[in-house]
Design a protein around this ligand. Sequence first.
Ligand SMILES: [Fe+2]
Length: 260
Amino acid sequence: MSLMKEIKTFAVPRGEVGVWWLGQNGFIFKTPEGTLLSIDLYLTNSVPELLPDLPVDLQRMLPVYVAPEELETDIYACTHSHFDHADPLTIRNLRNKDTIQFVGPTMTCHAYRSYGVEDARIVSLAPKEDMSYRDIKIEGTFALPTDDSDLNHIGFLVTFADHFKVYITGDTDHSELLASVAKHEPQVLITCINGNYNNLSHWEAAELAKWINPKIAIPCHYDMFRDNAMDPLQFRASLKMQAPKVEYHQLTHAKLQLLR
Ligand SMILES: [Fe+2]
């Protein structure tokens, strides 16, 4: 069975949230009601294909677990417009564009339009703004841009079924303003740890975990490109040093993980 089919058919137990990690900052979440939320799906090799002059090795290292043509989701959300997050080739090749809501900050919404998404399907979010669909609420959070190619990054605070909260940092430079999410008391923090290209390092991500104080912290954005890689166990070590009560949790690509 294809992974997309597996995701479609899996019934999430009440009180839990299903998540599948597709690499980098790409996740598909599923609720007990069956609502599907995808975030920052990078389902092609567009970075080196669209930016052939880059001097670093950014060939995709992971398989494409779900092809863009196969993807079924209710909400397609992106934290910013870099190609490894709002991927032009993934979005252009989505077969079900006319049933999906596309969510992101302003510049990402411009990108959606230029990749063929119709205006009526696009929902713009800024920090502290939110949108809801069925049993999912997404609030934009502060994120500090990592370069001047897109000065409009956000993170997401996602609330599932009115109670279970997951904070996804997206790509962000280090800032004490990231701690503004702490008051929402998310149970899960999903954070970049790669440290390259001005993203949070594993040490800074662990400091963020100390500020946010979630039950579990999940590292991401270290696994897709040779020249943007990081050992997640470094994050585990930093977490032990700075936030010992926060449980380290490493996701396995394309495997269901239930959060509760
Ligand atoms: Fe990125």
